[in-house]
Design a protein around this ligand. Structure first.
Ligand SMILES: [Zn+2]
Length: 222
């Protein structure tokens, strides 16, 4: 399994699939599962509530079909009463549960699939013709993805450093914007947003910050 404590991995996955997606990965059942099965695992209280409601429905249908056997009717009535009570309790318990909807689960699975982090097998039901998708997570490719992300981040840092090195900056004291010298000349050193005078901005500290980040990468192939 992948190390979600690793800030690079955690950050990458959060950008890719969000908190809900990370929850999904952490709670993914073993083996091949359908999107609905995943959804049920992610919403345990709502699943209990749904099952309780199904039981009520089933008993109501049985009542209709029972005919006029008094003992059977009595038994079913008793069972239904209990099932309804259970369903109401389960519904109340699940009301506060944070919900990850089936739609969200599908979206996450699709993004993971596009990034080759899931294996999907289609199965057609011989009778109904329905297609069932069975999913399995495989995060083996994550190291490669993280390496790519790192290289991208590194390149961006170098680009940013070069930009900071080769320009002189003027900024609005109200934090509206920051312009390079040529742009500031064009606005007569006045903030085009709020009208304040722009002031020279020393970016030495910022450049040191970038240098620090670059150093953290150590030896990085471009
Ligand atoms: Zn301004």
């Amino acid at each position: 399994m992948i190390d979600l404590e690793d800030p690079l991995i955690a950050g990458y996955l959060k950008r890719l699939i969000g908190e809900d997606g990370i929850t999904l990965i952490q709670n993914m059942p073993d083996g091949e599962v359908t999107d609905e099965e995943i959804c049920n695992v992610l919403n345990p209280l709502k699943t209990v509530s749904k099952e309780a409601e199904d039981k009520v429905k089933k008993l109501k249908a049985e009542m209709k079909a029972v005919g006029d056997n008094p003992t059977e009717i009595k038994r079913l009535e008793k069972e239904l009463k209990k099932a309804e009570k259970d369903a109401a309790k389960a519904k109340e318990a699940s009301a506060e549960e944070y919900e990850i909807t089936l739609n969200t689960v599908r979206k996450i699975l699709f993004i993971l699939y596009e990034n080759k982090f899931t294996i999907c097998r289609r199965e057609r039901d011989a009778n109904s013709g329905w297609l069932t998708f069975r999913w399995q997570i495989n995060m083996d490719g994550i190291d490669y993805q993280i390496e790519r992300e790192k290289k991208k981040l590194y390149r961006n840092l170098l680009k940013r450093k070069a930009y900071e090195d080769t320009n002189i900056f003027y900024a609005c004291p109200q934090h509206c914007l920051r312009l390079i010298f040529d742009e500031a000349v064009q606005t007569d050193f006045i903030c085009p947003v709020c009208g304040e005078d722009l002031v020279f901005e020393d970016n030495e500290l910022f450049k040191q910050l970038i240098d620090g980040r670059v150093e953290e990468f150590g030896e990085m192939p471009k």
